[in-house]
Design a binder for this molecule. Structure first.
Ligand code: ASP
Length: 316
C-alpha cells in the first residue's frame, strides 16, 4: 500500500461552529475517519501544520507548506493537503512554482461545507484526493468536485457550488464521475528539473492593481514610493493600459525606469493577454511592460514573487 502524508492547514472542510461562525478545528485523522471508503486504499499518516481560514494565508504559510513537503518528501509516496477554498488556488500556484522535480502526487483539496455538515462535499473530495494520490500522477494538482486540475491552472469560480474550481486555459487533468477518474494527463505542476527541490525565496513587495474605467494612474506612484518591486495590472480584455485623457503611460514608464517589473494581466478569466493588438497594449509593451500570457492572476502573482526574489539574490 502507498504511504501518504496528509498535511492539514484548516479551511471549511475542517470547520466547526463557533459564536462568530465557522472556524477550522478538526485534524486530518478526524477527517479521514469520516470517510470509511478510504480503509484499505492506502496507509495514511498526519501532520497538522496550520489551522487557518485560508483568507488568513500569506506567503509565510506557503513557505511552511513547502518546508513540510521538503522534510517529508523521501519518506512518503504522496501528499494530500487539506486547505480552505478561498485561497487554495493561490497556494496551489505558489507550491507549483516553489517545488521542482516532483515525481510524486501532491494533491490539494478542500470543501464548500464542513465534513460534519449534512450533504457535505468534503467526503467525496477527500476520497477523490486520496484516489489521485494513489495514482501515477506526478506533481502538484488540486482535486475539487468533478475536476482534477494542474496546480498552476486552478481558479475558485464559485463561492458555493460543489464544482467550485475550474481549470483555466488548460484541459483538466481528469474529470471525476461517481469516483471514477477519466484522465487526460497525469502531469501536474512542479515536475520540471531533475531532483526534487523547494525554493522558498519570495519577494513579497508585489501587488495586483485591478483597473476600473477612469482609475487614476497615481496609484502606481503610491506603490513606487513604498518600495514595491513588482506590479501586476489586472487590466481589461487583451491587456494594456489607458493611453488617452487618463494616460497611464508616463507613470508606467517611471516605474519601469526605477526597476519595478510591470506585468499586464487580464480581468477576463479565459484566453489571456495579447499586447500586440491595440495601442493600449503595444505602447505599454514598448515601455517594458510584460505580458502574463494565459496564466491566472494567482499563478502570475507567485511567479513574479519568485522571479523577483531570484533577481534580488543575484544582485547581492
Ligand atoms: N473561508 C473558508 C476558507 O477558505 C472557505 C472554505 O474553505 O471553503 O478557509
Amino acid at each position: 500500500m502507498k504511504k501518504i502524508l496528509m498535511l492539514g492547514t484548516g479551511g471549511t472542510i475542517a470547520c466547526v461552529a463557533s459564536e462568530n461562525g465557522l472556524v477550522p478545528a478538526l485534524d486530518g485523522k478526524t477527517l479521514v475517519k469520516m470517510v470509511p471508503a478510504l480503509d484499505g486504499l492506502c496507509h495514511i499518516e498526519y501532520k497538522q501544520i496550520l489551522n487557518l481560514d485560508s483568507s488568513n494565508i500569506s506567503p509565510k504559510h506557503w513557505q511552511i507548506i513547502a518546508n513540510a513537503l521538503a522534510e517529508n518528501y523521501t519518506a512518503y509516496d504522496a501528499f494530500v493537503i487539506t486547505h480552505g477554498t478561498d485561497t487554495m488556488a493561490y497556494s496551489a500556484a505558489a507550491l507549483s512554482w516553489m517545488v521542482q522535480g516532483c515525481k510524486k502526487p501532491i494533491v490539494f483539496t478542500g470543501a464548500q461545507l464542513p465534513i460534519t455538515a449534512e450533504g457535505t462535499d468534503a467526503k467525496d473530495n477527500v476520497y477523490n484526493a486520496f484516489k489521485v494520490a494513489t495514482s501515477e500522477v506526478q506533481g502538484i494538482c488540486l482535486v475539487f468536485g468533478k475536476f482534477v486540475i494542474n496546480g498552476l491552472r486552478a481558479k475558485k469560480m464559485c463561492s458555493e457550488s460543489f464544482d467550485g474550481f475550474y481549470s483555466i486555459n488548460c484541459e483538466p487533468m481528469a474529470t471525476i464521475s461517481e469516483h471514477t477518474l477519466n484522465w487526460n494527463s497525469y502531469e501536474g505542476a512542479g515536475v520540471g528539473g531533475e531532483a526534487f527541490s523547494v525554493n522558498t525565496n519570495l519577494e513579497e513587495k508585489v501587488t495586483v492593481i485591478k483597473l476600473t474605467p477612469g482609475l487614476s494612474p497615481d496609484i502606481l506612484d503610491y506603490y513606487l514610493d513604498r518600495g514595491y518591486k513588482g506590479v501586476i495590472l489586472e487590466s481589461f480584455g487583451a491587456g494594456g493600459v489607458p493611453n488617452d485623457e487618463n494616460n497611464w503611460l508616463p507613470n508606467l514608464e517611471r516605474l519601469i525606469q526605477k526597476g519595478v517589473r510591470v506585468v499586464c494581466a487580464t480581468q477576463c478569466i479565459y484566453d489571456g493577454v495579447n499586447l500586440s493588438v491595440y495601442p493600449i497594449g503595444t505602447l505599454a509593451k514598448k515601455l517594458g511592460a510584460e505580458s502574463a500570457g494565459n496564466l491566472t492572476i494567482e499563478a502570475t502573482l507567485v511567479k513574479l514573487m519568485i522571479e523577483l526574489a531570484k533577481q534580488r539574490n543575484t544582485c547581492l
